[in-house]
Design a protein around this ligand. Sequence first.
Ligand SMILES: *[C@@H]1O[C@H](CO)[C@@H](O)[C@H](O)[C@H]1NC(C)=O
Ligand SMILES: *[C@@H]1O[C@H](CO)[C@@H](O)[C@H](O)[C@H]1NC(C)=O
Ligand SMILES: *[C@@H]1O[C@H](CO)[C@@H](O)[C@H](O)[C@H]1NC(C)=O
Length: 285
Amino acid sequence: MDPKASSLASLALLLALCFTSSVTAFNITKILSNFPDFSTFNDLLTKSELVGPINKRLTITVLAVDNSAISSVTGRPTEELKNILMNHVVLDYYDDLKLKGIKGKSTLLTTLFQTTGVAQQQNGFLNCTKTESGKVLFGSGVKGSPLNAEMVKPVFQQPFNISVIEVSMPIVAPGIGAPVHAPPPPPSTPPPAPAPETDSPIEAPSPSDEDDTVSPVAAPEPSADDISPSPDSDSDAPASGPSTDSLSPAADDAEDHSGSSKISSTFGIAAAIICLAASVATVGF
Ligand SMILES: *[C@@H]1O[C@H](CO)[C@@H](O)[C@H](O)[C@H]1NC(C)=O
Ligand SMILES: *[C@@H]1O[C@H](CO)[C@@H](O)[C@H](O)[C@H]1NC(C)=O
Ligand SMILES: *[C@@H]1O[C@H](CO)[C@@H](O)[C@H](O)[C@H]1NC(C)=O
C-alpha cells in the first residue's frame, strides 16, 4: 500500500473513532426505527427536534404511542406538539418491572417538559398509578387529571439507560393543550362482571386532604327512573380505592441530570480535542 494512501486510511479510521467516541449511549431514532408501529411517533420526535435532547441523557424513559393512537394529536400546532412529546420523556429509567413495583400506589415522574421552565402547576410531571389489578396508568401530574394512558407493553430497554414503554394514548396536560379523550370502550364484549361486590362503602374517588371536587370521571347523574343499584358501567375509570399514595415529587431530578449531561458534554469536548490533536499528528506523517 502506498504510504500516502495508508496515512489517509488511518486518518479516516481516526475520524471514525472520533465520531463513535463522541456518540451518546443510544440513539432514540435508531431504536424506534426497529418498531414500525411507532414510525409516526419517531418522525414527530425528529420534527420536534427532540432527538438531540433525548440522546444526550444517560437515564431516560420514553412513553411511546403507536401510529393509530398518536393520530389524535398529530394535527396540533408545532409548539404544542413538541410540549406534548416532551411530556412523554421521563427523566429516569423505568422499565416495566420498576413501574409495576412502584412503592405505594402512585408516584410523580419528572418529564423533559419540566426542564423548559414554562411548566406550571405540575404539568411537567406525570402521575403514574398502579391499580389494584396491576395495571399501570399515566396521566398529567396536575391534580385531578384523568389517568387514561395505560401501559400497553415494554418496547425496548437498555438497562439502566433507556427504556421505551408503549402507552395507549397521548397524554396532554392541562396548560399544554386540549385534552385527548379516551376512546370509547369496545361496544361488544362487556367485561367479566366482577359479581356484585358486597356493599362497597367507599364511593369517594379520592380521600385527599383538600376538598378535591374535581373528579377525573364525570359522575353519571342519578336519574329518577334508574333505580338499579348496579355498579356504574363505564369501567375504564381508574378504580381509585382508598389510596395510600406516597407523594414523591422528583423535582430535583432535573437538576441531577442537567449536571450529568454537563459532565458528558465536557467529556465530549475533551475527546474532540484529543481527536483533533491525533488527526493533526497523523497528517504530519
Ligand atoms: C448509563 O447510565 C449511567 C448512569 O445511570 C451512566 O453512568 C452510564 O455511563 C450510562 N451508560 C452509557 C453507556 O452511557
Ligand atoms: C441515529 O439513527 C438514525 C437512524 O438510524 C441515523 O439517521 C442518525 O444519523 C443517528 N444519529 C446519530 C447521532 O448517530
Ligand atoms: C395520582 O392521581 C390519582 C387520581 O387522580 C390521585 O389519587 C393521586 O393522589 C395522584 N398521585 C400523585 C402522586 O399525585
